[in-house]
Structures are given as structure tokens and as C-alpha cells.
Write a protein that binds this ligand. Structure first.
Ligand code: ACO
Length: 270
């Protein structure tokens, strides 16, 4: 196995916290970081003890986007290396996160620029520190939100917000990120980790197969006709029944009928 140099993984119960770990470079994404994230996500994918993956950054930054030197300048004359790094960068932030079998949460602890938007969009949920500095800085250095970022903006933001921030390059904070729907909500930096871990643990306590089906049902239905989606979700329901051994009927509905709990108000224990 190759050595992971730029990412750390901690575990708290059924939650894995994946930290981009180049704080001196504001966690900018070097080619090595893309390879490391590819490997870390690959390993966690099959870990049955984990239901939720939180992605965050070490130090004061979440992620300052692509490592402008390592990614764009060093590889400038090496087309093959650029292709390799580019493919890895697009895959883990795009397809891998989008269709990941675990729930993913971006915890935006600080600076978040350019290519980091694709991490945020790839995750199912996102929470920012009020004080985070966030921006589509590309236009400020004569380029545009390319690679996977254009599509991330189109997926997540309103046309007005995407183009306003894409065209001005103005930085904004976590509160504004919540207003425009880039994140679910923002909270003071001081309590961010505790807040996100509480959310992650609340979700991680639910049934792993049902969490996965919730994601898949939403993500895949987006690209389907109504008919195809109905057929898909019915098949998905059979798959869930198989994966759980019928737990949603026996324990889930059974517990409600036995008056053990009310699913509208609380979750089934265990
Ligand atoms: N690529 C490479 N190195 C970076 C990046 C980056 N994206 N961001 C920061 N660094 C490095 C700096 O070069 C510096 O390195 P050095 O100490 O060896 O000189 C170190 O990280 C610290 O950066 P500072 O600028 O000194 O830190 P500060 O806290 O003042 O500012 C900020 C942080 C706002 C993130 C600033 O560094 C910045 O504007 N970075 C570029 C952000 C950006 O435009 N990202 C690219 C988006 S486009 C894309 O992703 C395709």
C-alpha cells in the first residue's frame, strides 16, 4: 500500500473524520493529495463500522482549492502527469463522493476557494464556520471555475448566486454560504467541530443500508424519468429488504404497531 502523506483519518464511533492535512499550504490540493483522498475514500467505502464520513481541513483552512504551483505549474509541460492528476481530482470530488455508499459531510472550518467548491458540492451535507472565507477566486487570476467546479455551481447554486460570485470573485463568509444554499447552515467556528460531530453521530446511528438507499434514491432519481425512478426505487426497496433481512418491516413498522415509538417524532433504537 502506498503511504498516505497529506490526509489523516480519525474515528469516533461510526463516524470517520477525514482531514486534508497540508495546513502550511492552506490544504491546497496537490496531485499527491488527490491520490491520497482517492485511497482513503476507497478504504472507508468498504468499512462496515463507518456510516458517516466528515471531510475537513487542518489548521485555519478548509481547502484553498487546487495547489496552483504543484498542479498547474509543475505539470505544465508534462501532459501525461497533468491528465493523471486531473482525472484523480475530478473522480474523487465528483463521482466518488456523489455515489459514495456512506453519508458525507463537508465541515468548512476556514478558507474554502475554487476547486474546494467541488468537495462541498460532492458531499451530501455541508456546515461552515460563520467566519470562514469562501470564494470563487478563479476570475481574480484570469481564469474561470473550470474542471468540475462549473458543474458543481450549476448543481448547487441559483444562476444569480453562481454567476455573481463567479464573475466578481468576491469572498464571502459562512453566513452568506448558508443564505445561498452552498451549505446547510453556519455556526461559530468555536463550536463547529462539536456541532458537526453531533449531527454526524445522529445520522450515523440510523440504519446504514437505509442511509445509503436515501442517498441513492435521491442522486439517481435526479437523472431519471418519473417512470424509471419509480421502477428503480421499487427495486431499491427490495434490495434494502434483502440487505437488512426485512428489519424495516419487522422492527421498524413492528415497533410502531407495538406502540414502542412514533417514527414521526423519534427514531427506532438500535
Ligand atoms: N496553491 C498553492 N499554494 C497555496 C494555495 C494554493 N491554492 N493557497 C495558499 N497557498 C500557500 C501559499 O503560497 C503560502 O505558501 P508559502 O508559505 O510557502 O509561501 C501558504 O499557502 C500560506 O498562504 P498565504 O497566502 O500566506 O495565507 P493567507 O492566510 O494570508 O491567505 C488564502 C490564504 C486567502 C487562501 C491565499 O493563500 C489565497 O488566496 N490562496 C489562493 C486561493 C485560490 O485562489 N485557490 C485556487 C482556486 S482555483 C482552483 O482551485 C482551480
Amino acid at each position: 500500500m502506498t503511504k498516505i502523506e497529506t490526509v489523516t483519518v480519525e474515528r469516533e464511533g461510526k463516524v470517520a473524520i477525514v482531514t486534508l492535512n497540508r495546513p502550511n499550504k492552506r490544504n491546497a490540493m496537490s496531485p499527491q493529495l488527490h491520490l491520497d483522498m482517492t485511497q482513503v475514500l476507497d478504504e472507508l467505502r468498504d468499512d462496515d463500522t463507518i456510516n458517516v464520513v466528515v471531510i475537513t481541513g487542518a489548521g485555519q483552512a478548509f481547502c484553498a482549492g487546487m495547489d496552483l504551483k504543484e498542479f498547474f505549474i509543475k505539470n505544465r509541460d508534462d501532459g501525461a502527469m497533468f491528465e493523471k492528476a486531473f482525472r484523480a481530482s475530478v473522480e474523487w470530488r465528483g463521482r466518488t463522493l456523489r455515489y459514495y455508499p456512506k453519508v458525507t459531510i463537508a465541515m468548512i472550518n476556514g478558507d474554502c476557494f475554487g476547486g474546494a467548491f467541488s468537495i462541498v458540492e460532492g458531499c451530501d451535507l455541508a456546515v461552515a464556520a460563520n467566519e470562514a472565507r469562501i470564494g470563487l477566486s478563479e476570475i481574480n487570476f484570469k481564469i474561470f471555475p473550470g474542471g468540475s467546479v462549473s458543474k458543481s455551481l450549476a448543481n448547487l447554486l441559483s444562476p444569480r448566486d453562481a454567476l455573481f460570485y463567479g464573475l466578481t470573485g468576491r469572498p464571502f463568509d459562512g453566513v452568506e454560504a448558508a443564505r445561498i444554499g452552498l451549505v446547510n447552515y453556519a455556526t461559530p467556528a468555536e463550536g463547529l467541530r462539536a456541532n458537526v460531530l453531533a449531527l454526524a453521530k445522529e445520522i450515523a446511528a440510523k440504519d446504514g443500508a437505509a442511509l445509503r438507499a436515501t442517498k441513492d434514491g435521491y442522486r439517481f432519481s435526479l437523472e431519471m424519468s418519473w417512470e424509471a425512478s419509480m421502477d428503480y426505487t421499487l427495486a431499491k426497496q427490495d434490495q434494502l429488504t434483502m440487505r437488512q433481512g426485512g428489519a424495516w418491516q419487522d422492527q421498524g413498522i413492528g415497533g410502531f404497531l407495538d406502540k414502542k415509538y412514533k417514527p414521526g417524532l423519534s427514531a427506532l433504537e438500535g
